[in-house]
Each structure stands twice: as structure tokens, then as C-alpha cells.
Design a binder for this molecule. Structure first.
Ligand SMILES: [Zn+2]
Length: 260
């Protein structure tokens, strides 16, 4: 393994998990308890509405749930009205579930499907916006998130300039480190990631390819940078084995996950 730039114990990792709930959710929650990890779990409304019991269980276990939209669409494809309605429906559903669990929904977090803020870049946030007029829609969406009480947590250990200068201005919680294990959802793989070994190799790479475009920090290298990381992984039956392996590998290198 390559030398780390700073001791692993000093680098803060925050785990976020998108696309809850699935057939793997219960096992995933048990695994997270066993590993003593308190992630932020983003829910898809249209699956959540049929699996409320699982969400209530997650809340009663102490997990934090966030809004990952209702229909999990690219927000760049939606009209402004469709986008605002989608957010509100998922918000209402999560309010209901918190009430059912008897948990006050204090910290409200939102994450766009595919990281697509609705500005035409479809989640490729490091590319220039090709559709500047879509900023009006993007701003309307951000205003609605603010009205509904969504905010980004204070994570001072994240020191990337692109995060602090750009992403922190928005109300949705983006990520800094995409494990890209979701590439294994497709049998052929995506972006050259075809096996669990490919995911792990990229995880410990100094210069990993990022599907959002070229990351503007020269010394990125995920696990080796001085910044903390908001780690993105997914609740998914097909990639659950890799999910566990990634967590185990990260732990065995001496890193731990911090709670939100
Ligand atoms: Zn998603």
C-alpha cells in the first residue's frame, strides 16, 4: 500500500449512503451497527412509501435519514415545477415517517439523484455549465430547499476549495469522494470499473478518475489528501458485498468514520 500523507486517524470520513431502501437495507443497517458507523442515509420517496416500516426501524436504531427526491430523476430533465413538487412530496413522506417513529426531524439534508442540481450539467459539477439560463431553475430549487429547512452540515474538516467556495453555497449535500461501487450495478461495469478489485484499486489510487469531471484540486487522491471527505456509497443488493469490503478495507487502513 502507498504511504499516506497524514496519519489515517487524522483524516475525517463522513459516510453517506444513497438510494435507501432496498432488499439489502436490513442487512446493511445491521452491518453499520456492528461496525459502529453512523452514516447519513438518503431515501428515494417512491420506494420509501412502500417500505415505511424499514425507515421507521432505521430511525429507531438512531440513523439519520435524508431526502434523495421522490422519483430519482435527473433534475436537469425536469421542469422547475416538477422538480419543486418532487422535492416536496418526498419531504412530506419523510415528515410522516419521522412522526410515525416519534423522532423529531431536526437536521434536514437533501441530495440530488446523480448529484444533478438541475442546472443542465447532469451532475458533472466540474464542467462549465452549458446552459447558463438553467441557473434560474437551479436557484428556484435551492430556494425551495431553504424554505423547507434543508441545510448543509458544518464539516470544518472538509478543506477542498471547490467544496467551500462552490458546493457550500447550496442547500443540498453533495459529496467529495465517490467510491463508484455503483458501476458494478451493470453487468459490464462502467467507466472501466468491472470488478470489486477495480473499486478497491481506485479507492487507494492517488489519481482516481471521477465521473463528475476533472476534480479541480491538484492533489486529490481521495484517502491521501489533507481534507476530510464526504464519502458516497449506495444501498444496493447487487453491490452490498462490495459495500462491506470497502468499509472493511478503509477500517483496516486505520481510518474511522465520524458521525454527522
Ligand atoms: Zn441515487
Amino acid at each position: 500500500m502507498e504511504d499516506t500523507k497524514q496519519p489515517a486517524s487524522l483524516k475525517r470520513l463522513y459516510l453517506t449512503i444513497d438510494d435507501f431502501p432496498t432488499a439489502a437495507s436490513e442487512d446493511m443497517l445491521d452491518f453499520l451497527v456492528q461496525k459502529d458507523i453512523q452514516p447519513l442515509i438518503f431515501c428515494i420517496g417512491n420506494t420509501l412509501q412502500h417500505q415505511k416500516r424499514l425507515a421507521v426501524k432505521a430511525l429507531s436504531m438512531g440513523f439519520i435519514l435524508g431526502n434523495h427526491s421522490f422519483a430519482h430523476q435527473h433534475f436537469s430533465k425536469l421542469s422547475t415545477k416538477e422538480a419543486l413538487d418532487d422535492i416536496a412530496i418526498a419531504d412530506g413522506l419523510l415528515e410522516e415517517i419521522h412522526a410515525e417513529a416519534g423522532v423529531v426531524w431536526e437536521k434536514k439534508f437533501f441530495r440530488f439523484p446523480y448529484g444533478d442540481k438541475g442546472d443542465g450539467r447532469r451532475g458533472r459539477i466540474f464542467t462549465r455549465s452549458f446552459f447558463p439560463w438553467k441557473k434560474i431553475k437551479k436557484n428556484a430549487i435551492q430556494e425551495r430547499l431553504a424554505e423547507l429547512g434543508y441545510a448543509v452540515p458544518e464539516l470544518p474538516s472538509i478543506t477542498y476549495a471547490y467544496y467551500n467556495q462552490k458546493l457550500l453555497q447550496d442547500k443540498d449535500l453533495h459529496w467529495t469522494m465517490d467510491v463508484m461501487e455503483w458501476c458494478l450495478k451493470s453487468d459490464e461495469g462502467m467507466f472501466g470499473i468491472r470488478t470489486e478489485g477495480d473499486v478497491l484499486q481506485r479507492l487507494f489510487s492517488r489519481n482516481p478518475f471521477d465521473c463528475r469531471g476533472a476534480v479541480p484540486e491538484a492533489q486529490y487522491g481521495m484517502l491521501y489528501s489533507d481534507s476530510g471527505e464526504i464519502v458516497l456509497m449506495h444501498d444496493c443488493e447487487k453491490t452490498f458485498a462490495t459495500f462491506k469490503e470497502v468499509i472493511n478495507e478503509i477500517h483496516s487502513e486505520g481510518y474511522t468514520f465520524s458521525g454527522f
